[in-house]
Ligand binder design. Structure first.
Ligand code: GDP
Length: 297
């Protein structure tokens, strides 16, 4: 099963990489935006290759939808990588100040050197990079809101990339760099689908729902039972869970059969919209060995 093949051909990827690389020359720091529900799986697979040694703030967005304890393990991981993590909720404008603070931290050395050389103080320039649907536009709009004047277009002038003033010291490119998601790993694909990062038609939704259900059974079974008012045994077959949910919710077809498609849709929507709880589907303890492998390749 190959995912995303529809949207990202090798040519697209090369072009995206080239464009981001070009924009990177203009900035002092990169904001790598990820989804806080899948802080590792929502990264572009070649991100280190693209950003290279440029100072990096990793913005874990959608903080309101994740498990903060698990997320903090990833923040720690990003610190170990030499990055500056900051968790935000762009939709509700939470911790935007933290972005500015992290940008200052990440570029401290660079600006100290400039100052030592006698260069005048200047704004820190940044750009946002990330896969689709992690919240890049939402964040840019939130950061820009207070400085609307800065982004106003003049008639007759072609819309070009502009700098948005953020806080006192930061300037942000108003167009984000869009890179492709990981799509070779099936598990990653399921997580991307479960968080709405990739389109429904590309992955098998039954696999996504089963993954989500198993995650709940393992990590939050009581909430799962309470949410759907069901009492299925922990070691029951997945189909029993589907049946129980379907019957309880009256998701039935002709002949009183459970409408599995409807159950799958319900489960995915409830998980995507954090209707049951807020979860981080990337579990650091389970993934750290594979990550160490990847980095040694
Ligand atoms: P982009 O493709 O990276 O530019 O992503 P968008 O900015 O279009 O956001 C994708 C979806 O995520 C939209 O429905 C946003 O409302 C939602 N979103 C973005 N940031 C947050 C956040 O911090 N919390 C929540 N709950 N939703 C968010």
């Amino acid at each position: 099963m190959t995912m995303m093949a529809i949207q990202w051909y090798p040519g697209h990827m090369a072009k995206a990489k080239r464009e981001v690389t070009e924009q990177l020359k203009k900035v002092d720091v990169v904001f790598e935006l990820v989804d806080a529900r899948i802080p590792y799986s929502s990264r572009n697979p070649m991100i280190d290759d693209v950003i290279k040694q440029k100072p990096r703030v990793v913005i874990l967005n959608k903080k309101d939808m994740t498990n903060l304890k698990e997320m903090s393990k990833w923040e720690h991981y990003f610190v170990e990588q030499g990055f500056y993590p900051v968790a935000v909720d762009a939709k509700h404008g939470k911790n935007l100040k933290g972005v500015e603070a992290a940008a200052i931290e990440a570029t401290k050395d660079k600006f100290a050197k400039e100052q030592a050389k006698g260069l005048k103080p200047r704004a820190i320039r940044a750009m946002i990079v990330g896969i689709p649907n992690v919240g890049k536009s939402t964040l840019i709009n939130k950061l820009a809101r207070k400085n609307i004047a800065q982004t106003g277009n003049k008639p007759g002038v072609t819309k070009q990339q502009q700098w948005i003033k953020v806080g006192k010291v930061l300037q942000l490119l108003d167009t984000p760099g869009i890179l492709w998601p990981k799509f070779e790993d099936e598990l990653v694909g399921k997580k991307l689908s479960l968080t709405g990062a990739i389109k429904d038609s590309i992955v098998h939704l039954d696999d996504v729902a089963i993954f989500g259900l198993n995650f709940l059974i393992q990590h939050d079974i009581e909430t799962l039972r309470q949410h759907y008012h069901i009492s299925v045994e922990e070691d029951a077959a997945i189909l029993e869970w589907f049946d129980a949910i379907g019957r309880r919710r009256g998701l039935l077809q002709k002949g009183n059969e459970v409408d599995y498609e409807a159950v799958i849709e319900l489960l995915i929507n409830d998980l995507r919209n954090a209707k049951m709880g807020t979860y981080c589907f990337d579990l650091y303890s389970e993934m750290k060995r594979d990550i160490a492998h990847e980095n040694n390749d």
